[in-house]
Write a protein that binds this ligand. Structure first.
Ligand SMILES: [Zn+2]
Length: 243
């Protein structure tokens, strides 16, 4: 069979296999999912597969001699076939693996629902991403290859600020930033709260100088404008600017 991966799917291939048709012998027919993951490309990264020019599902069998074209998400052009999964609608929701705690916190500060637990097993992450309809963000390609994972993305960058920029770009989130919507520490929602309710817990200078406060409905952490929000806004400005 012959296989060609397009655009950023080449990130998963060794340098000498990128951007070209790859020939492989198939001793027995294999599913589309198994064939493309055999090349190292996890199925959640894939949005469209054509076998001999026709769109197919992941369970379809590929046989010797077939020509397979594998595409990531289409950004500018309409996809030349129906997508492999129902388009994501509503509020974007993420689940991050145990190594991406800082990115989880940044996504929350940008206002996005980003679940994270530093003791979750791979099996629990894969199951939760499906059950809760969350896109699984990970640096672990093996985790993304699990059958239960429907939506997911392999984070290419290793530095958290650059990871934030990468994820905002990949999921088209730049226009949906909402600083002061979520708690960076626990993913709870923030709500405005009167000064009188939080005054006793504030550092003296904040008590003097700040007048607008938000409190997390889950852990109770208090956020205020001033240096707190300025820091978040700088982080987001840099991320949108390309990290
Ligand atoms: Zn909180």
């Amino acid at each position: 069979m012959y296989c060609r991966f397009y655009a950023e799917l080449n990130d998963f291939l060794p340098p000498d296999e990128r951007q070209r048709v790859l020939a492989r012998r198939l001793d027995a027919p294999g599913s589309v999912k198994d064939v493309i993951e055999g090349f190292g490309v996890p199925h959640p990264e894939v949005e469209l597969v054509l076998v001999n020019g026709r769109p197919v599902e992941f369970g379809c069998l590929v046989a010797e001699g077939d020509r397979v074209a594998v595409y990531p998400r289409f950004r500018r052009l309409p996809a030349p076939g129906p997508p492999l999964r129902v388009p994501w609608t509503g509020e974007p929701r993420f689940l991050l693996d145990v190594h991406l705690g800082r990115l989880a916190s940044y996504l929350r500060l940008a206002g996005f629902d980003a679940a994270y637990a530093n003791d979750a097993t791979d099996a629990a992450l894969a199951a939760a991403s499906r059950e809760e309809g969350r896109a699984l963000l990970t640096r672990d390609r093996g985790l993304l290859k699990r059958r239960e994972v429907e939506r997911g993305y392999w984070v290419r960058e290793t530095q958290p600020r650059r990871q934030l920029a990468e994820v905002l770009r990949r999921f088209d989130l730049a226009g949906r930033l909402q600083p002061l919507a979520r708690c960076g520490r626990c993913n709870g929602r923030l709500a405005p709260v009167g000064k009188a309710a939080v005054e006793a817990d504030l550092p003296p200078r904040t008590r003097r100088e700040q007048h607008e406060f938000h409190r997390c409905d889950r852990c109770g952490r208090v956020y205020w404008r001033g240096s707190h929000v300025a820091r978040i806004e700088r982080l987001l400005a840099r991320a949108i600017g390309g990290g």
